[in-house]
Design a protein around this ligand. Structure first.
Ligand SMILES: Nc1ncnc2c1ncn2[C@@H]1O[C@H](COP(=O)(O)OP(=O)(O)O)[C@@H](O)[C@H]1O
Ligand SMILES: [Mg+2]
Length: 273
């Protein structure tokens, strides 16, 4: 896999939105936040799974930045790192490793001490629940009754729980959360996500009755109206949900209708993987 798609906590740290973010990047996340807030189902805490077909499509960075954007608007946000296989959330916000979700679910730590595992970040209103150490059976733990119970307890404390997960086309970890999540947000990455993988992921999620609330089209080539982002200026974050005018909405149709071609990425570029 191309090096640029492999997450490093240090790179992710530099890509967090904040005061110094380019205008277009900040605006894109604000738009994503607004759309997400309009898509609320009911009054309670919204539990949203962020996933994508493959590794390296921007699940983690977008999960974190949407979390920051929601927290900036006063929402109480918890990011749960449910990617126990390649966890990064903790290392983006703090040093070292430690126990977290996997130990809580496996019952190897006292679940009554849940608070000890939640880390308040330096961003107001934003906390994280790290993945913990990699267990032998991540999907089983995420599908367990304990996961439902845990999210039930946490729902009382937060307005949004964003759940970062491994890729749908690779392992079942994200899919098994369909019963307890309010919605799934699928990240597709320009030039990277193959149309067949996206179709496959959508079918897998639909088969289990998951509520796909939208698509986030990541790393869209900068057009003149969008400034480039990143050290060498290659990429741009552009979170665009279905607004009925194209963009991510078209992605869903294309995924369903199968208008893409084998071997091509979602936007028709040669895929890099
Ligand atoms: N739009 C983008 N612009 C620049 N770098 C990006 C973009 N999206 C993702 N990346 C980088 O690609 C790598 C993989 O992103 P990550 O969020 O970890 O993907 P995933 O969680 O889907 O595996 C990271 O190093 C991240 O910084
Ligand atoms: Mg990730």
């Amino acid at each position: 896999m191309d090096q640029q798609y492999i997450a490093s906590p240090n790179i992710l740290k530099r890509q967090l939105i904040g005061d110094g973010s380019p205008f277009a990047v900040a605006e894109a996340y604000k738009a994503a936040r607004t759309n997400l807030m309009f898509m609320r189902s009911g009054d309670g805490c919204q539990k949203i799974v962020i996933t994508s077909p493959l590794v390296g499509e921007g699940k983690s960075i977008n999960c974190i930045n949407i979390g920051i954007a929601l927290a900036q608007s006063g929402q109480r946000v918890l990011i749960v790192d449910a990617d126990m296989r390649r966890s990064v959330v903790r290392r983006v916000f703090s040093e070292g490793t430690g126990d977290g979700l996997s130990e809580l679910l496996a019952g190897v730590v006292d679940r009554g001490k849940l608070n000890d595992f939640i880390i308040r970040t330096d961003r107001e209103n934003l906390s994280i629940l790290p993945a913990g150490h990699m267990p032998p059976n991540p999907a089983e733990l995420l599908a367990s009754k304990q996961m439902g119970d845990l999210l039930g307890v946490l729902s009382a404390r937060y307005d949004y729980i964003l759940i970062d997960t491994p890729p749908v086309s690779v392992v079942t970890d994200a899919v098994v959360l369909s019963r307890i999540a309010d919605g799934f947000l699928l990240v597709v990455r320009s030039g990277h996500t193959p149309i067949d993988s996206l179709k496959d992921s959508v079918s897998q999620l639909e088969r289990v009755g998951a509520n796909i609330i939208g698509f986030l089209f990541n790393d869209v080539n900068a057009k003149s109206s969008y400034r480039k982002y990143g050290k060498r200026g290659e990429y741009i974050y552009y979170g665009h949900y279905d607004n009925g005018k194209g963009g991510a909405g078209q992605s869903k149709e294309r995924a369903k209708n199968g208008t893409g071609q084998r071997g091509k990425s979602i936007d028709g570029h040669e895929q890099t993987q």
